[in-house]
Design a protein around this ligand. Sequence first.
Ligand code: ZN
Length: 281
Amino acid sequence: MRVTSVFNRLLDLSGITVTDVRFCADGVVVDVRLRSRRLRCPRCAFTTKARYDTRAEPSTWRHLDLAARRLRISADLRRLYCPVHGVITEGVPFARPGSRFTRDFEDLVGWLATTMDKTALARLVRVDWDTTGRIIERVVADRLDPDRLQHLFQVGVDEVSWRKGHSYLTLVSNHETGKFVWGREGKDAATLDHFFDDLGADRAQAIQAVSMDMSPAFRKSVSTHAGQAVICYDPFHVVALATAATGQGPPAGVAGTAQTARPGHCTPVPRSPLGPDEKSE
Ligand SMILES: [Zn+2]
């Protein structure tokens, strides 16, 4: 079997045909072409058979690693004229608009963000935290469940910063499902107030516990809208604060573990999926 056929089966990406595979010093590059003759606007449902010009737009996306080596998908894209968005490079079925990562890669990062701490995540996927924040933003926007605000009893509130700390996203997750349920740009009490506006008073009264970092802004918003909820400080942030205050590193082997701090006078809940901004190594 030819190597292109092997990679066609291996990648199993929709709408593409593998044309070449190159093994480079920094990983594997898989050249592909789009099977569809129609060009699709990446920002709306418009499609057309007409190219805007013959100029090729070389594009690459990082995909899931292959045997611990980075794997990149490479394609020459075409340009089209969308009546709404003007001249634009066509969209691809295997990646979200504007992303340099495949949908599979981003979904993996989104899932990992709900199950492990950020430093481990960044090391595992070898992506810096700013980039991780943007990936999570796209995954959240794309995969929000319309019933996501139903049956919320234990939630986590956290903030993600990116663009070197100039942009913030407040995220709310459901601890019982481990999924993000809400997100909005900003990090103050008014930002979280919008979550409670979307939730409504009845559902807000059903919340039993909220985990968060030690931000007074989040605490104020929760106290105002869900005064019955127990507020749990995320052990990760408690440890970070104590470490900063003492100027000492945490004892070996206990950094970031839930056993290193008590989350206050509340029922312990799983730690919030996201921590503060941090660059990967
Ligand atoms: Zn368009």
